[in-house]
Design a protein around this ligand. Structure first.
Ligand SMILES: Cc1ncc(C[n+]2csc(CCOP(=O)(O)OP(=O)(O)O)c2C)c(N)n1
Length: 345
């Protein structure tokens, strides 16, 4: 009689339909994001970058969720912390420095917006504003257009826990739920809106609030890139089936001050950071790769290569031209002289 052996359990990434190379790609992007953050803060303290906002600690939440986005098919409405999302969608490390140095070749706004207002026509990243939560109604509006045109696109929109307090968030989720719009609301919950702790902002977690709108709320461990991928994928698939929106909440911790102009020692205990560092998303992804046979040397070489790429990007970006004063109002007012046929000269 033939002995039936049990098939070996699939690795987590395989069960999610990801190759090991894809997980390496996630790890690489998270590392790029982290090393960028470190270097940007240094440049700020050296007086070479006026203002920066970095994503250290948010990498698992951002990269894991953005990995579900089909570049050029789906629409993306990120917020200012989403360096990891921009990197997944094809922006380079040099692009980030072009923004930080406010250069004319900055792909987001030609150096005229504050940093991290990501924008890319081909990747369908819609430029935002610093006013938090304004991206949500706009994302719901795009999702309505997608539905009316019967397109196979999903709208991914991002915000922090603090951005779930303004009315814009509630109006957008309610509208999207009523009309079953293909939108995924991703909330990166780092426990603070600048100095205001979540306990003073809300009495129910963002994913729990979903019940009030009659839609699913999924809680993801933002320190585990695969968990975030899994939950976002569920939300994305539901949207593509025409069943409507979901809220995905990814818990994480912002390792650095809110921005380079903030002093977080005034409102956060140091021990909190120590606790979160013990389950750092990048360390956890590295451990996963090692466990699945990737050599430590390969990952170390990856880190060294990213470091070199960053130094090159800084040198190149710093020498790019500044915006011209006469371009200050470009794309603000209609350009050219109006002609009788309604066009402009
Ligand atoms: C409408 C509006 N109100 C207040 C601010 C000032 N502000 C900028 S960021 C921020 C906190 C946002 O926190 P959160 O959404 O949790 O994101 P995080 O920065 O923690 O990632 C506030 C209140 C703003 N930009 N827009």
């Amino acid at each position: 009689m033939a002995v039936r052996t049990k098939a070996p359990a699939k690795a987590r990434h395989e069960a999610l339909g990801l190759t090991l190379d894809a997980v390496k790609g996630m790890y690489r992007t998270m590392l790029e994001c982290r090393l960028l953050g470190e270097r940007m803060m240094q440049l700020n303290r050296m007086g070479r970058a006026a203002f920066v906002g970095v994503a250290d600690g948010h990498e698992g939440a951002e990269v894991g969720s953005a990995w579900c986005i089909r570049r050029g098919t789906d629409w993306v409405h990120p917020y200012y912390r989403d360096v990891g999302v921009a990197l997944v969608l094809g922006q380079s490390v040099k692009d980030q420095f072009l923004g930080v140095f406010a250069k004319a070749t900055d792909p987001n706004s030609g150096g005229r917006q504050i940093v991290n207002q990501f924008s890319d026509v081909e990747a369908r990243i819609v430029t935002g504003s610093v006013c938090i939560a304004t991206q949500f109604p706009q994302a719901a509006g795009i999702a309505l257009a997608v539905k009316m045109r019967r397109e196979d696109s999903v709208v991914f929109t991002y915000g922090g826990d603090g951005s779930t307090s303004p009315g814009d968030f509630h109006e957008a989720v309610n509208f999207a739920a009523i009309h079953q719009l293909p939108v995924v609301f991703i909330i990166e919950n780092n426990l603070y809106a600048i100095s205001t702790p979540s306990s003073l902002q809300m009495s129910a977690a963002p994913h729990e609030r979903a019940r009030g709108y009659g839609i699913p709320g999924l809680l993801a461990d933002g320190t585990d890139v695969l968990d975030v991928y899994e939950k976002t994928k569920q939300a994305m698939e539901r949207a593509r089936r025409g069943e409507g929106p979901s809220i995905v909440e990814a818990t994480c911790y912002r390792y650095r001050p809110h921005s380079s102009d903030d002093d977080d020692s005034r409102y956060r205990p140091k021990e909190e950071l120590t606790e979160w560092l013990a389950r750092d998303p990048i360390d956890r992804a590295r451990a996963y790769l090692l466990e699945h046979g990737v050599a430590a040397g390969e990952l170390d070489a990856m880190r060294a290569a990213i470091g070199a790429e960053i130094e090159r990007a800084i040198d190149e970006a710093e020498t790019e031209p500044d915006p011209r004063p006469e371009d200050l109002l470009r794309h603000v007012y209609a350009e050219g002289r109006p002609l009788p046929d309604g066009t402009r000269a």
